[in-house]
Design a protein around this ligand. Sequence first.
Ligand code: NAG
Ligand code: NAG
Ligand code: NAG
Ligand code: NAG
Ligand code: NAG
Ligand code: NAG
Ligand code: NAG
Ligand code: NAG
Ligand code: NAG
Length: 817
Amino acid sequence: MTMPISVFKVAALLFFVPFTLFSSSLGGDTLTPTQHLTDNGDILISAASSFALGFFSPNSSANRYIGIWYHNISLQTIVWVANRQHPIAGSSGRLSITTNGTLVIADNSTVIWSTFSAAFANPIARLLDNGNFVVVEANDNSNNFAWESFNFPTDTLLPGMKIGWNLTSGTNHNLTAWLGDDDPSPGGYVTGVDFRGDPQIFIWSGTRQYWRGGPWNGLRFSGIPQMKLDMVGCDFVVDSDAVFWSYYIRDFSLLQRVVATSSGHFEHQVWIGKRKSWEAVGFVPRDECDTISPCGPNGICYPTREPMCTCMQGFRPENTKSWDLSDWTDGCVRKTELDCHNRTDFGFFTQSNMKLPDTSRSTVDWSMSLENCRALCSANCSCTAYASANTSGSGSGCIVWTTELTDVKLYDSGIGQDLYIKLAASDLNSEEPDHSHQRRLVIIILVLVATIFLVACGACSIWIWKKRGRSNADEENDQVQDMDLPFYDLSTIVNATDDFSSDNKLGQGGFGPVYKGKLEDGIEIAVKRLSKTSEQGMEEFKNEALLIAKLQHRNLVRLLGCCIQGGERMLVYEYMPNGSLDAFLFGDETKSVLLDWPTRYNIITGISRGLLYLHQDSRLRIIHRDLKASNVLLDKDMNPKISDFGMARIFGGEDSEDNTRRVVGTYGYMSPEYAMHGIFSVKSDVFSLGVLILEIVTGKRNRGAYYYALNINMIEHVWNLWKEGKVLELIDASIGLIFPTAEVMSCIKIGLLCVQDRASDRPTMSSVVKMLGNDTSLLPEPLQPGFVISSSSSAVDSSSSKKESSYYNTATTALKG
Ligand SMILES: *[C@@H]1O[C@H](CO)[C@@H](O)[C@H](O)[C@H]1NC(C)=O
Ligand SMILES: *[C@@H]1O[C@H](CO)[C@@H](O)[C@H](O)[C@H]1NC(C)=O
Ligand SMILES: *[C@@H]1O[C@H](CO)[C@@H](O)[C@H](O)[C@H]1NC(C)=O
Ligand SMILES: *[C@@H]1O[C@H](CO)[C@@H](O)[C@H](O)[C@H]1NC(C)=O
Ligand SMILES: *[C@@H]1O[C@H](CO)[C@@H](O)[C@H](O)[C@H]1NC(C)=O
Ligand SMILES: *[C@@H]1O[C@H](CO)[C@@H](O)[C@H](O)[C@H]1NC(C)=O
Ligand SMILES: *[C@@H]1O[C@H](CO)[C@@H](O)[C@H](O)[C@H]1NC(C)=O
Ligand SMILES: *[C@@H]1O[C@H](CO)[C@@H](O)[C@H](O)[C@H]1NC(C)=O
Ligand SMILES: *[C@@H]1O[C@H](CO)[C@@H](O)[C@H](O)[C@H]1NC(C)=O
C-alpha cells in the first residue's frame, strides 16, 4: 500500500524540476503522472479545440469544481463535473493522475475525489474532441479506456454518450440535474431508463416518477413525438446485456446537446451564437398531460381539450362525481366486462395517435408480427390491449398489456401510434355518448331551440309590428321570459338614463351606444342600446343575452336584465365606475399611474379566473372570442370584469375546436390559427389573454404605433428582449421603479407561454391560474411566439373588420419545438 505512493513520490521528486519548467505544456489535451492541473488558469484543451477541462465556479458561487465545457463558444457551458458533491472552497485544488492510472482531485493534501485504478503501464489522461475525458495507455490510440467520463454522466448527454443499463454489470447511466444554476450538486431530477417490460425513458423526481417518455418504437420515444429526427439520429439498443439510448448529430451546422435541467425538463438544445444562448428545440414535459397518468387508469389525456380527460372507447368514469369535478385520478372502468371464454364476444378497438400506455408491466416480443400479436392477445384472457413494438419500416414486434392502461395521451394526428384495445363486442361500435355528453347535448339543443324560437318570434314580431304599425309588448314579454331574465320597463330605462341624454353616454359598443343610468332605488346601471338598423347587432344581442344570463362569476360583468319594448332592444348591466382597462393602460399618464403593480397583478389574475370559469367551470363551456383591454371593465375597487359576449360561442360536445368562416374579433389579439384559418378553440382565448397580460405589464398596445417604426409588434419586441434577458426594460414606467421582479417576470413568462405559435404549446386556463397562483418553478420555457400583424398600418383595435392580415414568424421552422 505504501510502496506505490513512495514510488510515486520519488518519481515526482525526480521529475519535479524539469516539469515545472514545462508547466505551460498543460495547454495541450493530456495530463501525465508528472503534471498537476492547478487552479490558477491551467486547462486542458482537446485537439480540435472543441472542449476544455479545468477549474470553474458556477455563476455567483465561490466554490471551485473540475469540469468540462465547450471551448469554442462565448458562454461557459459546463457539460461534465467531476467533484460535483465535493466543492473546493479556495484555489488550493489540483487534479492529477497517479502512475497507476487513478485520477485524483486533492485540496492541499486531502483527496476529495478519485477514480479507480487501471492496469496500464504508462497511463495518461486525455481530453478528447467529443468531450470525453479518458484514461488511456500513453501511446495507445485505440478506444481502450481504463476510465472515461462518458460513463459517469452528470446533467448533459453529449453525442456518443449513453443513458441506460449495462445488465451484465448491473450499472446504470443516468442524467442527474444540477440542484440549481449555481450548484452542480445532484438535484432532484434524474433522467434515465427503466428496463422493465418494454424499456422506457423516465424523469424521476426523487424516487417518484415525474414524466414517462414511453417505450422506444423504432423511431422515437412514444412520449416524445416532437423529437427532431432531422437534426439528430438515435440508437436504442435492447438486448440481453444492455438497454442503452444514445444519439448522434445529423445536422452538423449546429452545436447541439441534450440536457436535464434543474427545473425538471429534459431538453434538446442548440447553440445560437448570435444570441449567445442555448435554445430548446424540443423539451419535455410540455403540458398537463405529461404528468404521470393525470386521467387515471383507462383514461385518455388530450392537452388542448377542456376538460382534458376522457375515458377510452368502451369505458366509463369509475367515480362519476369526482370525474365531473375534474378529479380524474380514479380513471375509468369497462362498461361491459369481457366475457373471456366466448371468443366471439369481444373485438379490438383501434385508438390512433396515442402515446402508448405504461409498458413497465407489459411483455414485448420484437420479432412477432402484428397479426400474431392480435392472436396472442385474443387467446390470453388477461390481455387488455396490444400494439406494434417497432413502427420503423412496415412495423413489427408485439407489446401486450395484461393490466389497466395508464398514462395514455392523445396526440394531434400523425405523430402517435395505434393502440388496439380489447373490448366486449357491445362496446366496440357504441355511438351512445356517455352521460356528460348527453347532458351537454341537451343544453345545446335547448339553447338552439331557444335561439330559433327567439329569431322566429323576433322576425314575427317585427313583421307584425311593421304590419300593424305598433309594437306588441305582450309577445315580447313572452320572449323575455324565455330568456329567464328580469325585464325592465322602457319608461324605467328612459327615466334612469335621462332619456338617453348625451351626458350619460359612456361610449359606443360593438352594436350600439352605452349609457349610464340610475334606477329609482339608487342602483347604478349601464344600458347597452342596440341600434335599430344593425342586423348583425341583433344576432349578437341575442347571443349575449342568452349566454351571459346563465353566467355568474365575480370576474364577469353581471347582466341585470333587459328591455325589449317599442322596437327598442337593450341590455342592462351593473355599472362599472372605473370604465374599461384600455383607458387606464393606454390613456394618459394620470390614469396609468393609478395602476400600480399589485393592481395590475390583481387584474391579470381576475381576468384569468373569469376566463377559466367560462372555459371550464360554468354550466356552459364558452369561448369568448373577443378578449381585449377594452372588453375588461373595472369596478370601484379596480377589480376586473370581462364584458361583451357578443362574439362568444358555446362550445359543445367532443370537438375541441371549431371552424368558422366569418373571422370576428380584434387583430392584435387573434391567435395565428384563428386569423389565418378561422379555427377557434379555448386556446385562441388563451392567446388573447397572453396578449392582454403582456399589454398590462408593458403598458403598450399590441400593434400600436409605438413599435411601428421598428416594423415589429409588441409581442415580438417582448420576445426579443426576453431572449436577451432584458425584458424588464419593457415594464410600464408608470409602475415605478420598485416592484417584485420575480412576480413580474413570471407574468411575462406566462404571457409568452399563452401566445405560443402552436395552440398545443399554450397552457390551458386551469394551468394559467395555477401558474399565477405560485407554481412558477415548473413553468416551461416559452418558445418563439406566433405573431399576427395587420398589413393595414392605421388600423388600431377595430372590431370585426375584415382586414388583410399577414402571418409571419421570423424563426426558422427548424427551431420550433
Ligand atoms: C473550435 O475552434 C477551432 C479554432 O478556433 C476550430 O479549429 C475548431 O474546428 C472548432 N471546433 C468546433 C467543434 O467548432
Ligand atoms: C493507485 O494509486 C493510488 C494513489 O497513489 C493508491 O491509493 C491506490 O491504492 C493505487 N492502486 C493500486 C492498485 O496500486
Ligand atoms: C488548503 O490550504 C489553504 C491555504 O493554505 C487553506 O486556506 C485551506 O483551508 C486548505 N484547505 C484544506 C481543505 O485544508
Ligand atoms: C457491461 O459491463 C461489462 C463489465 O463491466 C463490460 O465488460 C461490458 O463491455 C459492458 N457492456 C456494455 C454494452 O457497455
Ligand atoms: C442514477 O445513477 C446513479 C449511478 O449509477 C445511481 O446511483 C442512481 O440510483 C440512479 N438513479 C436512478 C433514479 O436510477
Ligand atoms: C447564472 O444565474 C442566472 C440566474 O440565476 C442564470 O440566468 C444564468 O443562466 C446562470 N449562468 C450560468 C452560466 O449558469
Ligand atoms: C357468445 O357471444 C355471442 C355474441 O354476444 C352470443 O350470441 C352467444 O350466446 C355467446 N355464447 C356464450 C356461450 O355465452
Ligand atoms: C397471459 O399473459 C400473461 C402475461 O404475458 C402471462 O403471464 C400469462 O401466463 C398468459 N396466460 C395464458 C393463459 O397464456
Ligand atoms: C425495427 O424495424 C426496423 C425496420 O424493419 C429494423 O431495421 C430494426 O432493427 C427493428 N428494431 C428492432 C429493435 O427490432
